[in-house]
Design a protein around this ligand. Structure first.
Ligand code: SAH
Length: 507
C-alpha cells in the first residue's frame, strides 16, 4: 500500500503561523522533507522516530528532480510524507511541480496552504496588502524564474499598472525591478518597503522609494530573504506599524536560566518583541540521599519552609519516589519565600500558610518572627549550596533541619550561541540568581569576558544577584523592584523605554 504526500506550507517563520492542519499532519508524519526557509522549531511537532530530510542549502542542495524522486520513493514505501515548505507550497514554492510528479505516477497527495511571505511581510510591517483608498489590485511576482534559465521577461507594463506589487526572490535584482518599472511609467517616488526575515524577532524593514531602493538596500545591508513591496499603500505603515513597535522589539536578550526554568521568562520577553538568546548556565540534579530519614521523622516537624520552586519540586518528587504522598503533611504548616515558590506549591496541590511581603530570606524571617517559633521544629528542603541567613536566624528560637534536595551544576554550552555571545551579537543579559552570574563568567576567557562586559548591559532579578553581577564587573542597569520574573520583565521594559527616550532627545 502506497502512502500519501502532504505538501504543507510552514508559513514565513514564526512557528505560530503554521496551520492546525499542518501541525496535525506533522505529528503523524513518518518522513518530513523540509526546506531551509522553514523554522526548525516547527519540526518539534514531529514524532521522535520520524525521518527528517533537509533539502539543503548552498554546499549541498537536492535538485528539484531529486526532491520529486525522494517524495515518490518515500510514498511508495507506504509512508506518510510531509513535504514542508516555507510560506505557501504553491506560491513560488514549486509545489505544483511536485504535485505533477506525484500525479504522473498515480500517488496520492494533499495540499495544505500556508501564510505566504508577501502577505506575512506586509502584515508584520504594518502594510495592508489591499485598502479601499489605495489599492484594489495586488501582484505577486518573482524576481527571477528558474536557476537553470536566464531571466524571462516579465510584462513590465502590466505590472507597473498594478496598485501594489510584491516581489519575491529579487534581493539581487533590485536594479532590474527599479529600471523596468520606471521605464514602464511608474513614478520614481513610488514608496517601497523592503522587508527582511519577516515575522522573525530580527525582522528588518527599510522604507524608501523606487528610485532609491538599490542604494537603500546596500546602505542597510538588506539581503535575502526579503520581499519588496511597491505602491502607495506602503505609506500606511506610518500609522499602523505594530510588530516593530512592541516595547522590546530589536532587543537581543540573553536568558541564563536553566532549560527547565527558562520557559516563562523567554515567553514573556518574546511576547514583548525581544529576540531571546537562550544560554542556560545552570542545571539541577536531585540529591535524594536524606529523604528516607526525614520521612520517618516527618511528624515531628511543625513547619516546612521552601525557598524556591525547585526545592518544592525536588522535595515532592523525592517524597513520591520514596512511597509517601501529600497526606504526610497533615497539620504541618508551610512557609514559602515568595509568590513563585507558592505557585509552584499550588501546582503540586498544596497551599502555603505564609508568604512574606519581601521575597528574600530576611522578609521570610520577619514574617516567621510574627509567629511564635520557640521550641518549634522546622524543615528546610533546599539547594546544597545556599545562603545560611535563614537557618542561622531561625536556630536562635527553633530546631532547624536543613535537607539538601538538589544541587546546581553547570549546564552544557550550546557552541553556536557561545560564539554569538563572543561576537557581542546581543544587547542585554538577564541574571536570575548569583549562580547564573558565576557560571556565566566561568564559561568565557578573560579577553572574551572583557568584550562582553563592555558591549552589553545587565538586568537582575534582585539585589543579591545584582551585587554578584557588579562584583564580576558587569554594568547593571536595572534591578527588579519585586524579586520575581514579572518584576524582572517590568524593570527591563522600563530600562529599554528610558534608553529609547534618551535616544530621541539626542537627535
Ligand atoms: N513558498 C514561499 C516562497 C519561497 S521563494 C512563500 O510562499 O513564502 C523564497 C522567497 O520568499 C525569498 O527569496 C523571499 O523573497 C521570500 N521569503 C520567504 N520567507 C521570507 C521571510 N521570512 N521574510 C521575507 N521574505 C521571505
Amino acid at each position: 500500500m502506497a502512502g500519501r504526500v502532504y505538501l504543507v506550507g510552514a508559513g514565513p517563520w514564526d512557528p505560530g503561523l503554521l496551520t492546525l492542519r499542518g501541525q496535525t499532519l506533522l505529528r503523524r508524519a513518518d518522513t518530513v522533507i523540509y526546506d531551509y526557509l522553514v523554522n526548525p522549531e516547527i519540526l518539534q511537532h514531529t514524532r521522535a522516530d520520524a525521518l527528517l530530510v533537509p533539502t539543503g542549502r548552498s554546499s549541498y542542495r537536492m535538485t528539484q528532480a531529486e526532491i520529486c524522486q525522494r517524495l515518490v520513493d518515500e510514498c511508495r514505501l507506504g509512508r506518510h510524507v510531509v513535504r514542508l515548505k516555507g510560506g505557501d507550497p504553491f506560491v513560488f514554492g514549486r509545489g505544483g511541480e511536485e504535485a505533477e510528479a506525484l500525479r504522473k505516477v498515480g500517488l496520492e497527495f494533499e495540499v495544505v496552504p500556508g501564510v505566504t511571505a508577501a502577505i506575512a511581510s506586509c502584515a508584520y510591517a504594518g502594510i495592508p496588502v489591499t485598502h479601499r483608498d489605495y489599492g484594489s489590485t495586488l501582484g505577486l511576482c518573482t524576481g527571477h524564474s528558474r536557476d537553470d534559465e536566464p531571466d524571462t521577461d516579465l510584462n513590465w507594463g502590466a505590472l507597473a499598472s498594478l496598485d501594489t506589487i510584491v516581489f519575491y526572490m529579487a534581493a539581487k535584482r533590485l536594479s532590474r525591478v527599479r529600471d523596468n518599472l520606471i521605464a514602464a511609467g511608474r513614478p520614481q517616488k513610488t514608496p517601497v518597503a523592503l522587508v527582511r526575515w519577516a515575522t522573525r524577532a530580527d525582522q528588518q524593514t527599510v522604507v524608501t522609494d523606487l528610485d532609491g531602493m538599490v542604494d537603500a538596500a546596500a546602505a542597510q545591508k538588506m539581503t535575502a530573504p526579503m520581499t519588496i513591496v511597491i505602491g502607495e499603500i506602503v505609506n500606511l505603515r506610518r500609522t499602523i506599524s505594530w510588530y516593530e513597535k512592541r516595547p522590546l522589539f530589536g532587543q537581543r536578550i540573553v536568558v541564563t536560566r536553566s532549560h527547565r526554568q527558562r520557559g516563562e521568562l523567554s515567553t514573556r520577553l518574546s511576547d514583548l518583541g525581544a529576540q531571546v538568546i537562550p544560554y542556560p548556565t545552570i542545571d539541577f540534579e536531585p540529591i535524594p540521599d536524606g529523604i528516607a530519614e526525614v520521612i520517618s521523622t516527618f511528624q515531628c516537624f511543625d513547619w516546612v519552609v521552601f525557598t524556591s520552586a525547585n526545592a518544592v519540586n525536588f522535595f515532592l518528587d523525592q517524597l513520591l519516589d520514596a512511597g509517601a504522598d501529600l497526606r504526610i503533611f497533615g497539620t504541618i504548616k508551610i512557609a514559602c519565600i515568595g509568590p513563585a515558590t507558592a505557585e509552584g506549591l499550588v501546582k503540586r496541590g498544596l497551599v502555603a500558610d505564609l508568604v512574606p511581603k519581601r521575597y528574600v530570606a530576611e522578609g521570610l524571617l520577619d514574617a516567621l518572627g510574627q509567629v511564635s517559633l520557640a521550641g518549634q521544629k522546622i524543615l528546610i528542603p533546599r539547594a546544597l549550596i545556599a545562603r545560611n541567613t535563614l537557618p542561622d536566624a531561625l536556630r536562635v528560637a527553633a530546631d532547624v533541619v536543613v535537607l539538601p534536595v538538589y544541587k546546581t551544576v553547570p549546564a552544557q554550552v550550546d557552541l553556536g550561541v557561545h560564539e554569538r555571545l563572543i561576537d557581542g551579537a546581543f544587547d542585554i543579559i538577564t541574571f536570575t540568581s548569583s549562580s547564573t552570574v558565576t557560571n556565566f563568567v566561568s564559561k568565557f576567557n578573560s579577553t572574551n569576558l572583557e568584550h562582553i562586559r563592555s558591549t552589553c548591559v545587565v538586568v537582575c532579578i534582585g539585589p543579591v544577584t545584582a551585587q554578584t553581577a557588579a562584583e564580576n564587573g558587569f554594568r547593571v542597569v536595572a534591578v527588579a523592584h519585586e524579586y520575581t520574573i514579572d518584576g524582572l520583565v517590568q524593570s527591563l521594559e522600563e530600562y529599554v523605554s528610558s534608553v529609547d527616550k534618551a535616544d530621541y532627545s539626542d537627535h
